[in-house]
Write a protein that binds this ligand. Structure first.
Ligand SMILES: Nc1nc2c(ncn2[C@@H]2O[C@H](COP(=O)(O)OP(=O)(O)OP(=O)(O)O)[C@@H](O)[C@H]2O)c(=O)[nH]1
Ligand SMILES: [Mg+2]
Length: 447
């Protein structure tokens, strides 16, 4: 369950009918006799063949069906030394019938054993890979079955309708003309609900893609100092010599809404002093093009001077940045600060005193993460779910078309059956081996 590498503790999951055999092999007969569901125990795991100690560790047993997969499950928490983890896995594999899990196999089993439907199973990957709070919240909603419930309700409505339509087919001769208008209304209502979910699709391409914020400005403006101040540590070299930063430097920063990539660039001057300088500036311009948010850092001292000498209009490049900050405000005397025009910048900041940093964080957060913050929002992220829903929607359109042109109960019943099948495949009531294969192949091993 945990990635490779050294950690305090690692976690390994074993699932299936042989779990008790694994406990027997690692911990002996008494451990099996004392095994209790949902209870953790401390034990010494030994290699079943050599009897050598692998590690002393905590293990946790879940008796099926009350487990993640619905089968007997064992979780082991050895010390996070890769040597131990490897040996422990090798020891477990010496038990007859045990093999390594495939990516997503535990979740796949959970689905096959009815612990969750396919929408929920797919959302597990979203829960793990969501890059910000809004996405994570949505993934949790999907996992809890909020969307599944909506689809099941639709499914019930279509099922009910199909049943009535089929009844009409059977008794067509005895009945008066079917009430086509009321059929139409019901189909329209179903179509609207399907289309609502369809339109909520946002895809996964943004999932796990961190927003990019780029700081830029003249040499010596205080960009690197600002990154350090935001990080709360001296990560990037800072000096009073203009042109200190040559390459762009990327760091990760947590904002309330999620994690971002923050890039410090080489200062951009009007004119390059040498070839290296020109290259640095070129790199800065390149990365700026990819930015989701551009922050222009303007040296407060410079700004004050320029301001009085040339007027505010000289700050030409402020217009195409999203946020402009005036740096080093601790150095500004009152007169200069007073003369600054608030409409040409967004914030006064000081990396030295910390002034304005909280506001800057807030501005970045608002600019990058406000989307999808409304509490009731839920959206689908799975291409597969969208395709099934689109199919259902097409069916609805065909049914409505029929009603308009040449209403025939048999044909209508047939179309609604197709709609129902598409809805069923969204939640996985109908699914094929191929589909399951492609869904779970993208999962992590151990999930
Ligand atoms: N008093 C004060 N000095 C600052 C502040 N921010 C930066 N400085 C100083 O300004 C100088 C330049 O800072 P840097 O952070 O290296 O500037 P930069 O924009 O990264 O410069 P380049 O990498 O050369 O483009 C250093 O001497 C810093 O100590 C601040 O908020 N207050
Ligand atoms: Mg710098």
């Amino acid at each position: 369950m945990t990635p490779a590498g050294v950690s305090a503790v690692a976690a390994i999951r074993v699932s299936g009918p042989q779990v008790r055999d694994v406990v027997l092999a690692l911990f002996g007969e008494r451990a099996v006799a004392r095994l209790e569901s949902h209870k953790a125990r401390l034990g010494t795991a030994r290699d079943p063949k050599t009897g050598e100690t692998v590690d002393s560790l905590l293990y946790l047993f879940f008796e099926g069906p009350n487990s993640y997969t619905g089968e007997d499950t064992l979780e082991l928490y050895p010390h996070g030394n890769p040597l131990i983890v490897r040996e422990l896995i090798l020891a477990i594999r010496k038990v007859q019938g045990v093999r390594l899990a495939e990516p997503g196999e535990f979740t796949r089993r959970a689905f096959l054993n009815g612990k969750m439907d396919l929408v929920q199973a797919e959302s597990v990957a979203d829960v793990i890979h969501s890059a910000n709070r809004a996405e994570l919240k949505n993934a949790h909603r999907l996992l809890s079955g909020t969307l599944s419930k909506k689809i099941q309700e639709l499914n019930e409505q279509v099922k009910d309708m199909s049943a009535r339509l089929e009844l009409d087919v059977d008794f067509a001769e005895e009945e008066a003309d079917p009430d086509y208008d009321s059929w139409r209304k019901r189909i329209v209502a179903i179509g609207e609900k399907i289309s609502e979910i369809l339109q909520s699709f946002r895809g996964k391409e943004n999932l796990s893609r961190l927003p990019l914020v780029v700081l830029y400005g003249a040499p010596n403006a205080g960009k690197s100092s600002l990154v350090n101040a935001l990080l709360g540590e001296d990560r990037i070299l800072v000096s009073s010599v203009p042109g200190t930063t040559r390459d762009f430097v990327e760091v990760r920063l947590f904002l309330p809404g999620g994690e971002i990539r923050l890039v410090d660039t080489a200062g951009i001057a009007d004119r390059a002093t040498d070839e290296l300088d020109a290259l640095s500036m070129e790199k800065s311009r390149e990365i700026l093009k990819e930015a989701d948010l551009k922050i222009h850092v303007v040296d407060g001292c410079e700004f004050g001077v320029r301001n009085s000498e040339f007027g505010v209009g000289n700050q030409k490049s402020t217009t195409d940045s999203d946020v402009t900050v005036i740096s080093k405000c601790d150095l500004l005397d009152e007169r200069t600060a007073y003369n600054l025009q608030p409409n040409t910048y967004n914030l006064l900041i000081s990396s030295k005193t910390g002034e304005g940093l909280a506001e800057l964080r807030q501005k970045m957060d608002a600019a990058l993460f406000t989307e999808g913050r409304s509490p009731e929002d839920i959206w689908i992220t799975s291409e597969r779910e969208r395709a099934c829903l689109a199919e259902a929607f097409e069916g609805v359109k065909r049914a409505l078309d029929l009603l308009q042109k040449q209403p025939a109960v048999e044909l209508l019943a047939f179309e609604m059956q197709l709609v129902r099948r598409s809805l069923q495949s969204v939640v996985g009531e109908i699914s094929s081996e191929d589909i399951l294969q492609s869904i779970f192949a993208g999962f992590c091993i151990g999930k």
